[in-house]
Design a protein around this ligand. Structure first.
Ligand SMILES: Nc1ncnc2c1ncn2[C@@H]1O[C@H](COP(=O)(O)OP(=O)(O)O)[C@@H](O)[C@H]1O
Ligand code: SF4
Ligand SMILES: [Mg+2]
Length: 359
């Protein structure tokens, strides 16, 4: 499925993914992440749930805290960064629950690749250049699932075929440097889903790929979600990707969720001025070169946020009351959450076509 405009993408999403997900797989609550050895807070009070079979998008400009949030859920925060408060609960089979913020290194290693799968932007850096990709997929099947060498090899070839790699038996014997970026991303997805994880976290997984390969990889993720009931957390700076694949979207700004709701609703009827600005930028000019369009101004750096609304300096609708105290994330009818004191009055204005919104 390829997308040529936001509304086309939304119609495609509505056609393919109609129902909500199943039981909660990941429940994040009050998550705070500090950087620079605790000197600055980069993620503040993040809370959301991902259900089985549900794809949740995380969108926002660079530096908004998407990757740190993701990495905290995978136990791979960079040095100097840590979860300073909050909880992230992963529900396992048979009602078992795991508090991710309390795991030690050995527990993380057991969980990653088993219940949690991850796919990142640069697949080459996650693969061992000295081993064939087949061996890198067969190894976890032997170690984690106890398969024989022959069965693991057979299953690896099946998995390579299932992620759309042509001639999978030949691919098995290739080294990472012998494969293209799109093929490597498929290999990484095969490894990520090999042990049937409940949650797949994909952070800018398609950003480095060309448009056609990107669309194929997104289709693959959506198919795995549908076939396996996988919960998918899809992080991207690209609203077109979110509109194409996700059921629900979390909009991040300066380390906070500023809007959360069903993707079609948010894309058609943004309730936060930042979401509306992102949509406006995405629909301006050449859709294939949308990254060239920008929202004027810059988000505050971690630790430099103003006392009130973090978006106030870039917001066309800011008033004095926006700048005095932190703005709460408020529930609105229709399963939305919005962090804006003017959301109710602004939604009809923000929904208007771009030319009718004040510049
Ligand atoms: N390793 C790090 N050390 C210090 N600050 C970091 C580190 N990683 C990220 N940050 C800061 O945290 C904020 C969020 O970063 P990140 O989660 O990477 O954003 P995104 O993925 O949305 O682009 C940024 O302000 C960034 O400068
Ligand atoms: S709270 Fe005020 S400044 Fe912030 S987004 Fe809403 S209107 Fe704009
Ligand atoms: Mg990032």
């Amino acid at each position: 499925m390829s997308v040529s405009s936001p509304s086309e993408a939304v119609e495609a999403v509505e056609a393919v993914h109609s129902g909500p997900g199943g039981e909660p797989v990941l429940t994040v609550d009050g998550l705070h992440i500090t950087v620079a050895g605790g000197r600055a807070e980069a993620v503040r009070d993040v809370a959301f749930t991902v259900h089985a079979g549900e794809a949740v998008g995380v969108v926002g400009e660079s530096g908004s805290g998407k990757t740190l949030t993701c990495r905290s859920l995978l136990g791979v925060l960079p040095p100097g960064c840590e979860v300073s408060a909050g909880s992230a609960v992963l529900a396992g089979d048979g009602g078992a629950v795991t508090e991710l913020t309390a795991l030690d290194r050995r527990q993380w290693e057991r969980l990653r690749g088993a219940e949690l799968g991850a796919v990142f932007q640069d697949p080459a850096s996650y693969l061992n250049p000295a081993l064939t990709v087949g061996r890198q997929l067969a190894e976890p099947l032997r170690v984690r699932l106890g398969m024989t060498r022959a069965r693991a090899r057979e299953r690896a070839v099946e998995l390579f075929a299932s992620v759309g790699l042509r001639e999978p038996a030949q691919v098995y014997h290739r080294y990472p440097h012998e494969l293209s970026g799109g093929m490597l991303q498929r290999v990484l997805i095969a490894i990520a889903v090999a042990c049937d994880p409940r949650l797949l976290v994909a952070d800018e997984a398609t950003t480095a790929l060309d448009t056609v390969v990107q669309a194929e990889v997104l289709d693959l993720l959506a198919r795995l979600r549908d076939e396996r009931g996988l919960a998918l957390l899809l992080v991207t700076h690209d609203l077109a990707v979110v509109a194409e694949v996700t059921d629900r979207v979390l909009v991040f700004y300066a380390g906070e969720i500023v809007e959360d709701g069903p993707t079609q609703d948010v894309v058609h009827r943004p309730a936060h001025p930042y979401t509306a600005a992102l949509l406006r930028v995405a629909s301006l000019g050449d859709w294939n070169r949308r990254e060239l369009a920008v929202i004027p101004g810059r988000p505050p750096e971690a630790g430099q946020a103003p006392p009130g609304c973090r978006f106030a300096d870039r917001c066309d609708f800011a008033e004095d009351r926006c700048r005095t105290a932190p703005i709460p994330l408020t529930r609105t009818p229709g399963g939305r959450r919005v962090r804006c004191v003017r959301a109710a009055e602004l939604t009809p204005i923000l929904t208007a076509p771009p030319e009718e919104v004040p510049a």
